[in-house]
Design a protein around this ligand. Structure first.
Ligand SMILES: [Zn+2]
Length: 366
């Protein structure tokens, strides 16, 4: 089985991100690339969300919800507390991610070491991670707000991107640059004993440390971190062990890979488990549901209702017009053949009825 290409992960992600701000697209591509270089396969499941899409998401689990004179209410579980204009996604400044298997065919929805490593890379790029939030944990979510709230964004304010994007497109770094590449350089200098901070900001201290290193290697001490200095610095430092680069332990239930396997005889059980695990890792931002899960009183119908949402967030069913993933293509063929569904993919968001109907048909054909 060959490894999924970096370009495939980027192409799928760019498609899923939609109309995010161009700087966010650049940062997301850098996030995917840096993760890939560490052996981690990450994909973006969503990015920009229009206010209409936000209304549909907010309406889930709120049957009487109306917005702008239109009915957006739906049955199922509450999945978001953000109304149109209240989500950073509505401003093209947030992305959601998930891990995929080595061959790129299966979504992995477990907050394991690799998942947290991606979050760490995201943070070094200037994102805030939803997994750090208290109470309202949103593990797939990365947003770039630099402290601005949705009210600030609604008032027209936008975060500063500094020189993050410019630095990502050049093959050198210099005083004034920010971002993951700067952090990487700083870590190497620190490993050589320089007393600087790996904060991702190329300031005077970093410049002085770099110049000292350049002098020691008989390179021109210009304080510019170009390809030659980079090569010399990397050669001088043995690369540190990368956290999360190893495969998760197979028998640790917490690190178990969750797969969407409709042709498994235990499909129903697995999907409910998928739902419960999704709660455990904080995929749903609904506080009531998190509390219910903790108390263990989530009913099966609630679980089923939420599955559609999971599938959406995984990105498998996200865009009805997009080319399905190969794994999902097979699943679709299977459910069609068994008469469980007509093979058409639920639109965003998939409804509880659609999933209930699917389970009903599934039970019937057994
Ligand atoms: Zn999000």
């Amino acid at each position: 089985m060959s490894r999924v290409s970096l370009q495939t992960l980027i192409d799928r992600s760019v498609r899923n991100m939609g109309a995010v701000m161009p700087q966010i697209r650049t940062l997301a591509v850098e996030l995917i690339t840096r993760s890939y270089n560490e052996g981690i396969h990450v994909q973006i499941s969503s990015g920009y969300r229009s206010n209409t899409q936000q209304a549909s998401i907010y309406g889930m689990g709120r049957p009487n919800y109306w917005w702008n004179g239109k009915h957006y209410g739906n049955t199922g579980s509450i999945v978001s507390n953000a109304q149109p204009g209240q989500s950073v996604h509505n401003y093209g400044l947030a992305i959601d991610y998930f891990l995929v298997s080595n061959d790129g065919l299966k979504a992995i929805w477990v907050v394991n070491a690799q998942w947290r490593r991606v979050a760490q890379i995201g943070k070094s790029l200037g994102f805030t991670w939803g997994g750090d939030w208290k109470g309202f944990v949103d593990a797939p979510h990365l947003e770039y707000t630099k402290g601005l709230t949705w009210r600030d964004l609604q008032a027209g304010k936008r975060p500063s991107f500094g020189s993050v994007q410019a630095a990502a497109e050049r093959d050198y770094l210099e005083n004034g640059d920010e971002g993951a590449a700067v952090e990487e350089m700083q870590k190497l200098l620190i490993a050589l004993g320089h007393k600087i901070t790996a904060d991702g900001i190329f300031g005077p201290a970093s410049e002085a440390a770099l110049k000292a290193f350049q002098s020691s290697r008989k390179l021109s001490a210009d304080g510019v971190y170009g390809p030659q200095s980079k090569k010399a610095l990397q050669a001088a430092v043995k690369p540190p062990a990368v956290p999360g680069a190893s495969a998760p332990t197979k028998n640790d239930p917490k690190e178990e890979t969750i797969l969407f396997k409709p042709n498994s005889p235990t499909f129903r059980k697995e999907t409910i488990k998928l739902f419960e695990d999704a709660h455990t890792v904080g995929i749903f931002s609904s506080r009531e549901h998190a509390e219910q899960t903790e108390k263990g009183d989530i009913s099966e119908s609630d679980a089923i209702g939420a599955i559609a949402t999971i599938l959406n967030r995984v990105g498998i069913l996200q865009d009805p017009n997009a080319e399905p993933y190969p794994a999902h293509k097979d699943a679709t063929e299977w459910v069609k053949e068994k008469g469980i569904s007509d093979g058409s993919r639920p639109t965003l968001p998939a409804t509880r009825q659609q999933v209930n109907q699917m389970f009903y048909n599934y039970d019937k054909q057994k």
